[in-house]
Design a protein around this ligand. Structure first.
Ligand code: HEC
Length: 162
């Protein structure tokens, strides 16, 4: 996404340079991009950048994998993404809640949203707001990849449901 945006910005800059060049050159040559204005390039959704509301989040349709390879990968991801700094799974609370059994007490979509955008959740979701009141530390956004990391984290949490 950010690469794409950078590319678009660059395109805009080049178009500006191009049209300046044309106007200096005289009236014969119409500025090639003047009608398009660079507006034809599909960019990010309206407003640009990351969604600012949990209602606008695109949450992948995931189910819990129970394959042991996925669970192992999830455990490694849990460490690699720094979740272990704040969460234990089965030995009580740390900075944040013990995540043992979280897949039983919460809806899968809610967990996905909490992992992908905790920053929005603790401002906009009632359950997350209550957790924040209790724990008094905001869960930081760990930039979890929804395709390459999230499904494995869910598999790991599910494996530790009971
Ligand atoms: C800086 C500490 C911190 C880090 C790092 C962190 N969390 Fe959290 N997490 C919290 C806190 C604190 C809460 C409770 C809500 C709040 O106060 O923001 C929470 C809440 C949660 C919840 C909801 C728990 C419940 O009982 O409903 C889930 C699920 C969760 N975190 C998963 C993760 C995962 C997965 C990672 C790693 C990608 C992670 N967290 C990284 C601190 C953290």
């Amino acid at each position: 996404m950010s690469k794409r945006l950078r590319f678009v910005h660059l395109g805009g800059a080049l178009l500006v340079i191009a049209s300046v060049g044309c106007s200096k050159g005289g009236t014969d040559a119409p500025a090639p991009a003047s009608t398009g204005g660079g507006g034809g390039v599909p960019v990010a959704p309206a407003g640009g950048g990351a969604p600012d509301s949990i209602d606008k989040l695109t949450i992948p349709e995931l189910t819990y994998s129970t394959a042991s390879a996925d669970v192992d990968k999830g455990k490694a991801t849990f460490v690699a993404k720094g979740c272990v700094t704040c969460h234990k799974v089965g030995e009580g609370k740390l900075v944040g809640p013990d995540l043992k059994g979280v897949t039983a007490r919460r809806d899968i979509k809610w967990i996905e949203k909490m992992i992908l955008r905790p920053d929005l959740m603790i401002k906009q979701d009632d359950t997350a707001k209550d957790l924040f009141k209790t724990y008094m530390t905001p869960m930081a956004n760990q930039n979890v990849d929804p395709v390459n990391e999230l499904p494995f984290l869910l598999a790991y949490l599910k494996a530790n449901e009971a």
